[in-house]
Design a protein around this ligand. Sequence first.
Ligand code: GLU
Length: 448
Amino acid sequence: MDTKSYVNKLIENVKIKNPGETEFHATIKEVLTSLIPLLEKEPKYIEEGVLERIVEPERQIMFRVPWVDDNGKIQVNRGFRIEFNSAIGPYKGGLRFHPTVNLSIIKFLGFEQIFKNSLTGLPIGGGKGGSDFDPKGKSDREIMRFCQSFMNELYRHIGENTDVPAGDIGVGGREIGYLFGQYKKLKNSFDSGVLTGKGIPYGGSLARTEATGYGLVYFVDEMLKDKDLSFEGKTVVVSGSGNVATYAIQKVQELGGLVVACSDSTGYVYDENGINLNTLKEIKEVQRKRISEYTKYHYTAKFVEGSQNIWTIPCDIALPCATQNEINIDAAKTLVKNGVIAVGEGANMPSTLEAIDVFLENKVLFAPAKASNAGGVAVSALEMSQNSMRLAWSFEEVDERLKNIMKNIYNNSKNAAETYGFEGNLVVGSNIAGFKKVADAMLAQGII
Ligand code: GLU
């Protein structure tokens, strides 16, 4: 059987074995298809069954999370932790709290995380977790009780050398604080490296908050520089308004770009003068309110319902930083028609497979998530290093390391694409570069 048929058959088998898990199927298809040029040159990965092994999580944990709301009513959510691959380090990846969370979404995120983490060059395996808990509208105490109940089960599966969770959508500094407190109480041990994204007073790393957004912009900046371009004077649209979007906007503004729009799940705001970051932070980080509030502070700005519509705004650079599948084929075509020159993914899998094809066919510079949003987890790994050494680096030191890591990811992905005959295709390049390191480690460690 030729390599392509072998890979297609494997993709079909994954679909049969994991029915209905559409997000997981999509990432499997994206990654395995782009490995074909590598597999053709190096058949050992097929011969040693690496692909069949890598698509199967090492361990999958699902659990009940009961908690009591402010009205005294019992609520029950479902908790997940997928420990996908530990070939190159302890499982590492965030926790997502969002009502859409299900097994498929956590598995897709966990699978992506394996290759993303490998690309950082740091010793971290791949994992992901979360819950279908909806933090929106919950009081602080409800969030705390939920986090404590979640940790009451999770604690027995994680550890500094086993599995190190962090944040993702719906899980930020506040949640990590409650999770860490409960872990510490249950274990009677201050294992600072068991979670990352911690607060600065108890083992967090400076620049972790900014890392994903900054890292994304550093990556896109490298990609632009390669074509003698820059952010200076460019019109930029950033979807989302959470942690990734906020710090991407900040860095774009520092580099001279004009960010005219951002969004949340209700719609987007357009401000031709450039999004005011202080207002955005006040609304989202302090008040935790909807983005439409923005127009109360800036009368020239407008709010438009329906977050999808953000992609109809003409821009030079698009940075999707909200969630998976937010750019479909139509949105991609509209962006191309409006002259977009670069797309950098800040969220995980924000472009559908069809949308990615549109960008690549039209020679849009395309930065795939597992390469361009790796800055967050990279600084998480630096947080683990600092925790192990029991010391703390300055903001500048961490930021400098982050910049270098993003530069290396760009160069490694670019070079891998070239080596395997796909010059300029960072999807293929990042998948091959990320996969190779993990696969070689798996080969060395035997069939386990
Ligand atoms: N949730 C982030 C990601 O998707 C960060 C994970 C981490 O820091 O472990 O990569």
